[in-house]
Design a protein around this ligand. Structure first.
Ligand code: SIN
Length: 301
């Protein structure tokens, strides 16, 4: 298979198992794949292997016009690993693991997806990635954006890289999904999903790349209190909070991002280990119904 580098967007063709047209969408992240039927791929491990290689390279892949069944959606995602439900968003009753992200004028405007986030870092093992299909989309608006957190790390000033090496941070469902709940419900959610702790810089388990791994679920550093960082107690709070906010803000840099316009039967697959995403909530009162298969990942290290 030959693909161009992200720095030189071009249309190229794969030549092995299948003829896949690959068009990188930005210099940082994302490619559209054409001439691929994910229904066929759901039954073809060789084709999935090609797609997986492209996923490692481009971090998020897009496919148009995928008129696949829910069973094919789940079967395709299952090639990458076991699926998991989401404790707040419900799943399709006949297809466990196929999470419904349904928004319409009748549903509350809960504002969960319009924050830059890596899915479910409040889990000890956040997802490997997700396969998302648009079932119904607004006539305009409701785009989703992704950002390359390997690039975000690479572009940090060297002194910041030095300062954050070895730092760890807490990730919380209580401070995000729980924050809009009545107190008893929030505490029950937290009891079920205690806060997780992850390295601020994780290593991608397949590519070996360093990834800046803080996002909207991250609440605080857990080991900031060193002699170098803290002369007196009052250094800790502003110092740590400012540094954490600065690191989280690296996802907001347009040069690291791609923005994708959803259509009915658009599918996006992302590598959750090295990206964040943001669903733009500009479409109300139109409906926007997506179904997402989240694939269980590993413990970040
Ligand atoms: C998500 O996984 O955050 C949802 C993505 C989207 O709504 O586009």
């Amino acid at each position: 298979m030959t693909v161009s580098t992200p720095a030189a967007p071009a249309v190229v063709r794969a030549t092995s198992l299948a003829s896949i047209e690959v068009e990188p969408l930005t210099c940082a992240i994302g490619a559209e794949l054409r001439d691929v039927d994910l229904g066929v791929a759901s039954r073809d491990a060789g084709l999935v292997a090609e797609i997986r290689a492209l996923l490692l390279k481009h971090r998020v892949l897009f496919f148009r016009d995928q008129d696949i069944t829910r069973a094919e959606h789940v079967a395709f995602a299952r090639h990458f690993g076991e699926l998991e439900d989401h404790p707040v968003a419900g799943s399709d009753p006949e297809h466990p693991g196929l999470v419904r992200i349904y928004k319409s004028p009748e549903t509350p405007n809960d504002r969960y997806e319009n924050a830059w986030h890596t899915d479910a870092t409040w889990r000890e093992k956040p997802p490997f990635g997700c396969v998302l299909r648009c079932v119904e989309c607004p006539p305009v608006g409701g785009d989703t954006m992704w950002v390359n957190m390997v690039l975000a790390y690479e572009k940090l000033p060297e002194h910041v890289k030095t300062q954050i090496a070895g730092l760890r941070a807490r990730h919380s469902i209580e401070a995000s999904f729980g924050a809009a709940m009545p107190i008893e419900k929030r505490l029950a959610l937290k009891a079920q999903f205690p806060d997780a702790e992850h390295p601020v810089v994780r290593t991608h388990p397949e590519t070996g790349e360093k990834v800046l791994f803080v996002n909207a679920f991250t609440t605080h550093f857990t080991n900031f209190h060193t002699a170098a960082n803290v002369r007196v107690g009052q250094d800790a709070n502003p110092g740590a909070a400012l540094l954490l906010n600065y690191l989280i803000s690296q996802a907001y840099i347009p040069e690291h991002q791609v923005r994708w316009r959803l259509r009915r039967n658009t599918v996006a697959i992302w590598d959750n280990r090295c990206t964040q995403h943001y669903a733009v909530q500009d479409f109300w009162p139109a409906a926007r119904n997506l179904e997402r298969a989240g694939i269980i990942g590993d413990r970040p290290c």
